[in-house]
Design a protein around this ligand. Structure first.
Ligand code: SF4
Length: 451
């Protein structure tokens, strides 16, 4: 049921790649129903906020957005404002929205995304708020229509949820336990995206290395009821027309030798591994419940580097976790120097209500966290660019992704995830071309397209 007064939509996404992928599905459902994308939240008839709750201040950000929409809601009472995503799995937040934000008409959780098509119709056709939030789900989501942000690359969910319960993280509570999609549906979705012009897919999951899916008898795995991530990746790499495949995120405790072999043996699997270490201190890793220690992590890094040529390794670091001493922090800095990452994503620890770490009584004072964060940035900065020189002069494959409006240069991505800027015409966007890397800067290269 499309209300003829409602014509346009806007989806506002917060958070991770999984949310970005979910937003493509929400957009796909709305487009299939005949709505078109509006330029902004104010002019859109339907606005959906896809929320993140990993950091507490993300919640405040959402409330700011909803508050700003009040004016446009008052001039267009038919406007539908909906909220979904991880934050809606938190009962207190839902109660707060119901009580304080009458303009919000639709609320649904991470386990209800399949029902979005029905929920939006219910919200349009009713005077009441529509709220659908399941606590948990054993289902893996159906394939929904998709409106891709990029025509040439896309994310493909291979699993949902997480079983790891890192003590600082809310994800297992809001996304539920791990559920893996079956191999057949993943392969079917990738083939259909290739037919639509996609050349690069990113396999998505909170911890892709613990994927365990089933496959029909048309596949000859060792055990079709227990297909592992390396087996899945190997199968995906064989799909005709798939030029590149990436994956995100890997947990260091589960990254196997088999996976390294599969990457090594398939040239279309991108040479990039994001391997979040979070801390270089064994006692902090234990308190974080990460299930690996510094030495075992470094062994994995060694294996990756000695087996996969030109690999890019990136990581996440949290500084100021409860109980972190100066020595623990120094261990993290030493690890960064030792590994020489290609990029490091840095985070100040911030208390997340609902997690075990938030209850710990040895929280690090804010000023200490800030001071350490500054030092961390300095070390990251000193280390950046260490690996780029060895690529200068090489000719490498680049997927051309965009054109910079100001410089007019094209930006592309190497298999190992480094960016390259070079001159070229806009019609190269979406193509994989050879580029000579002429200059290495800290996080990117300047290059020359060889056409
Ligand atoms: S692996 Fe840890 S950090 Fe990642 S989603 Fe699961 S609980 Fe959160």
């Amino acid at each position: 049921m499309k209300n003829s007064n409602l014509k346009s939509y806007k989806i506002v996404t917060f958070g991770c790649q999984m949310n970005a992928r979910d937003s493509e599905k929400l957009a796909g459902v709305l487009e299939e129903k005949g709505y078109t994308e509006a330029t902004d939240e104010d002019t859109a008839d339907i606005v959906i906020f896809n929320t993140c709750t990993v950091r507490e201040n993300a919640n405040q950000k959402l409330y700011g957005h909803i508050g700003q929409l009040k004016k446009s809601y008052l001039t267009n009472r038919n406007k539908i404002i909906g909220i979904c995503g991880c934050m809606m799995q938190e009962k207190d937040e839902v109660e707060k929205i119901v009580e304080k934000y009458p303009q919000v008409k639709l609320i649904f959780g991470t386990h209800n995304i399949d029902e979005f098509g029905f929920l939006i119709e219910e919200a349009i056709g009713s005077n009441k708020k529509v709220i659908r939030v399941y606590d948990k789900s054993n289902n893996v989501e159906k394939t929904l229509p998709t409106k891709r942000v990029f025509g040439f690359k896309c994310g493909i969910n291979i699993m949902f949820g997480c079983n790891n319960f890192c003590t600082y993280c809310i994800v297992p509570y809001v996304r539920g336990r791990e559920r893996s999609r079956d191999v057949d549906s993943i392969v079917k979705e990738i083939k259909s995206s290739i037919n639509d012009g996609v050349v690069e897919v990113m396999l998505l999951g909170q911890n892709v290395n613990s994927y365990k899916g089933i496959a029909s008898q048309s596949y000859k795995f060792k055990n079709n009821y227990d297909v592992t991530f390396p087996e899945l990746l190997n199968e995906v790499a064989k799909i005709d027309g798939l030029k590149r495949v990436r994956f995100m995120t890997s947990h260091p405790k589960d990254l196997s030798d088999d996976l390294i072999d599969v990457i090594k043996n398939n040239s279309n699997i991108c040479r990039h591994i994001h391997l979040p270490v979070q801390s270089g201190s064994n006692s902090i890793l234990k308190a974080m419940n990460r299930h690996y220690d510094r030495d075992s992590y470094l062994r994995v890094i060694d294996k990756i580097r000695s087996n996969i040529e030109d690999v890019g390794i990136t990581t996440d670091i949290i500084v100021g976790f409860p109980g972190e001493t100066e020595n623990d922090f120094e261990d993290t800095l030493k690890l960064i120097n030792q590994v020489s990452y290609d990029a490091v994503f840095t985070f100040e620890y911030s208390k997340r209500t609902g997690t075990k770490a938030a209850e710990m009584d040895n929280q690090v004072p804010e000023d200490v966290v800030k001071e350490r964060f500054k030092k961390l940035l300095k070390v990251v900065e000193e280390n950046s660019g260490k690996n780029v020189e060895r690529y200068v002069g090489k000719v490498m494959d680049v997927l051309v992704e965009s054109e910079d409006k100001i410089s007019g240069k094209l930006t592309g991505r190497l298999s190992n995830n480094y960016l390259v800027h070079f001159n070229g015409s806009q019609n190269l966007i979406g193509k994989i071309i050879n580029v000579k890397l002429v200059k290495g800067c800290k996080f990117y290269f300047e290059g020359e397209a060889l056409l």
